[in-house]
Ligand binder design. Structure first.
Ligand SMILES: NC(=O)c1ccc[n+]([C@@H]2O[C@H](COP(=O)([O-])OP(=O)(O)OC[C@H]3O[C@@H](n4cnc5c(N)ncnc54)[C@H](OP(=O)(O)O)[C@@H]3O)[C@@H](O)[C@H]2O)c1
Length: 295
């Protein structure tokens, strides 16, 4: 099976390159950074260049398009022009959905847990109230709606916080925590923002499984099994990795003014579990991350 990956140089994209290439023939797209794409079949393409995207899809003929390319960092997105974000997060997604439909391919789109408002309680099901408060989440929800209108052959993954070691040009908070703890430096962590984080390795394996199971026409909460704050996630990292817990400094979201305040977007992932049994616990995932990092 042929799988086209957009955002192949991103945090998730580079893990998808590693895992999806084991089972499928992949073509991975990047723009400014090549990351590990150069180790795989890859191309430098701006997803807003519709002529080029059309050519790439017409010649590669993928059965699956895993669309992860985006302006993905909510706090950065708030500082950009709405149109610039819309062009990538919504317009380019619309075009990719149209091309998927035209080419009988499935589009798998990484949306976000932040489409929920974060104040309706814990473990929100897919039927929960949609109320994105950031520009980032608003554009992701617009893209979801367009995909559902354009094609039946889609999987929309409302993705939770992704953790694991960031490869090459990419970054995430978990890697910052991990590096600090490893070198004995303190880290400041929110105790009052809850998610159901999912490891990058587990996310890639779950996407592979959803492809193999030919899931379609589904919007799925894509998170881990446990509801935790970043502080609790780091405490588990200390337990599993043998790091010093006294380096963890507890802070509130309110201590960092620029942070978008979303107290609880933990996800009910029963729908995901109905399709796959490959979700792992945080403890299992961290063991895997540490083992993977050593190899
Ligand atoms: N990370 C998380 O915790 C998280 C949580 C929920 C949802 N998500 C969603 O999951 C997806 C992956 O997130 P991520 O953290 O892996 O993102 P990321 O590290 O910021 O990567 C973004 C990717 O998009 C590519 N890109 C951006 N603009 C492009 C353009 N015009 N043409 C072609 N490529 C372009 C970048 O390419 P270059 O670097 O080569 O320029 C990069 O590969 C995103 O859709 C994000 O919204 C992520």
């Amino acid at each position: 099976m042929k799988v086209l990956i957009t955002g192949g140089s991103g945090l998730l994209g580079q893990y998808l390159n590693i895992f999806l290439s084991k089972k499928f023939e992949i073509l991975s797209l990047y723009l400014n950074n090549s990351g590990n794409c150069i180790e795989y079949n890859s191309k430098k393409v701006d997803i807003c260049n519709y002529r080029k995207i059309f050519d790439v899809i017409s010649s590669f003929k993928p059965q699956i398009i895993v669309h992860t390319a985006a302006y993905s960092k909510p706090e950065i997105v708030e500082k950009l022009s709405f149109y610039d974000v819309y062009k990538i997060n919504v317009e380019a997604t619309k075009y990719l959905a149209e091309l998927s439909e035209l080419n009988n391919a499935k589009i798998i789109f990484t949306s976000t847990d932040l489409v929920y408002d974060g104040v309706q309680g814990s473990m929100i099901p897919e039927s929960g109230k949609i109320n994105p408060i950031s520009v980032y989440a608003k554009t992701k929800f617009l893209a979801e709606q367009i995909i559902r209108k354009t094609t039946d052959n889609y999987i929309i993954l409302r993705t939770s916080l992704l953790y694991g070691l960031a490869l090459n040009n990419t970054s995430n908070y978990f890697t910052y925590i991990f590096n600090n703890l490893q070198s004995g430096k303190p880290v400041r962590l929110f105790y009052d923002q809850y998610r159901t984080p999912l490891s990058l390795i587990n996310a890639s394996i779950l996407i592979e499984d959803l492809i193999l199971k030919d899931v379609k026409s589904e919007t799925i909460n894509f998170g881990g099994l446990q509801r935790v704050s970043r502080l609790e996630l780091a405490q588990i990292l200390c337990n599993v990795g043998g790091f010093d817990k006294s380096l963890l400094e507890k802070i509130s979201m309110d201590d960092v003014p620029e942070v978008i305040k979303v107290p609880d977007v933990s996800l009910d992932t029963k729908k995901l579990q109905a399709y796959t049994s490959l979700q792992k616990t945080i403890e299992e995932s961290i063991e895997e991350i540490i083992k993977y990092g050593k190899n």
